[in-house]
Ligand binder design. Structure first.
Ligand code: ADP
Ligand code: MG
Length: 403
């Protein structure tokens, strides 16, 4: 894992049970963000940490908090983790459960989309004072509005994917949640990027934080990036051509920015030899989980997704990512292609750019400071549009994309 330096978890001032739990998870050395954030958080400091997707932020905030709960024998709800989407909430909850097997610390994910039974279960856990709550803002507020949650003992507040939450318009919700928990607490704020509004929020809610920043967001070196200049109607035939006889790509994600396109893309990519499915924020929660489970288990080869899963969710071993269209900005691009080449594994990310998206992609290339390889269209598909952004000249690829 190239993001890792050689610091061992044993070198931290962590409780032996935590060290055991970490080795059970298969983590050997700490990632840079963990190396910096864990000691600061153990000391009880507020932390503002900025590091790109896939750098191990979850453990960077869960480990010190679990350590503190254990060390000080804290009972009742002491930790609140706020996160933008249910997928991320579930993923964090799963990681805590993994650690907690050794620790006897309970956690619960609270998110929308569930049924009445789930609501009752969440209500009971909040009333009983489950130690760690991992929640999306809206759903948590609905519970908090009814005054049965025991929030008076919360002493750790964690905001995960803070930039994303602000982008999604959760600022007011976050402030309302904060107004309902004790002022005297430790606050840890994690973000993939550091736009001014994050600085603004940090100033308001953090107390003399330790600021930790691990490089600027750039795609991992282990991801091969390519771009095809295509007309819109060439995109599906191109993807089919690239994947149909390439069996070594077992897990393929196709991202699109528009929900409307998802079904058309799925239909266009259907193939008798493998499963192609979609996931979008329109789906029921249970359906989304089912699809993600099957995708992780390699039962689904191609998953067509909107940006709902492009951030934070850990999908191990994606071999190939397609951007069916240009992501809105460089961060989104980095996050999308960050689904492949994780933990130092090799990955491939191919972006399909029509004539309307060229300016957008040019801006992305400037921000990531990299000229992405121009792959040549296969002959049978015909020529795509010419690159029309003045400053850069498209270099013709020597051969069509083949790994
Ligand atoms: P982020 O929140 O920064 O996007 P995650 O916390 O989701 O990153 O971690 C990304 C992946 O790296 C997960 O699969 C996680 O289990 C793994 N990981 C995190 N820390 C370590 C570590 N120290 N050693 C090995 N794997 C790790
Ligand atoms: Mg994360």
């Amino acid at each position: 894992m190239d993001i890792l330096q050689s610091m061992k978890f044993e070198e931290f001032d962590l409780a032996p049970e935590i060290i055991e739990a970490i080795s059970y998870m298969g983590f050997e050395t700490a990632s840079p963000i963990q190396e910096k954030a864990i000691p600061a958080a153990i000391k009880g400091k507020d932390v503002l940490a900025v590091a790109q997707t896939g750098t191990g932020k979850t453990a960077a905030f869960t480990l010190p908090v679990l350590h503190n709960i254990l060390q000080n024998k804290i009972t009742g709800t002491s930790t609140l983790i706020i996160t933008p989407t249910r997928e991320i909430a579930l993923q964090i909850d799963r990681q805590i459960q993994g650690f907690s097997y050794f620790l006897g610390i309970n956690s619960l994910a609270i998110y929308g989309g569930g049924d009445a039974d789930e609501w009752e279960q969440q209500k009971k856990a909040l009333r009983d004072g489950v130690e760690v709550i991992v929640a999306t803002p809206g759903k948590l507020l609905s519970h908090l509005g009814m005054n049965y949650a025991k929030t008076d003992k919360i002493q750790h507040l964690i905001l995960d994917e803070a930039d994303r939450m602000l982008d999604m318009g959760f600022l007011d919700d976050i402030k309302r949640i904060i107004s309902k928990i004790p002022k005297k607490r430790q606050t840890l704020m994690f973000s993939a990027t550091m736009p001014p509004k994050i600085e603004g929020l940090a100033k308001q809610i953090l107390n003399e934080p330790e600021f930790i920043s691990i490089a600027i967001s750039k795609p991992a070196e282990s991801v091969f990036q390519g771009v095809y200049l295509t007309y819109e109607n060439q995109k599906t035939p191109l993807i089919n051509h690239l994947i149909s006889d390439q069996e070594e790509y077992k897990s393929i994600l196709v991202f699109t920015s528009t929900k409307k396109k998802v079904n058309d893309i799925v239909r266009g990519l259907r193939n008798k030899n493998y499963r192609v499915e979609a996931i979008s924020s329109d789906f029921e929660q249970s359906k989304r989980e089912e699809i993600m489970t099957e995708f992780r288990a390699n039962k689904i080869r191609v998953l067509v997704a909107t940006d709902v899963i492009s951030r934070g969710v850990d999908i191990p071993q994606i071999d190939l990512v397609f951007n069916y269209d240009a992501p809105g900005n460089a961060e989104e691009y980095v996050h999308r292609i960050g689904r492949t080449g994780r933990a130092g594994a090799e990955g491939v990310a191919l972006t399909l750019i029509n004539e309307l998206d060229m300016e957008k992609f040019d801006a992305i290339e400037k921000l990531i400071e990299k000229k992405v390889y121009r792959a040549q269209m296969p002959d049978f598909i015909g020529e795509g549009p010419k690159w029309k952004v003045k400053v850069r000249r498209a270099t013709k690829g020597k051969k069509p994309f083949r790994k």
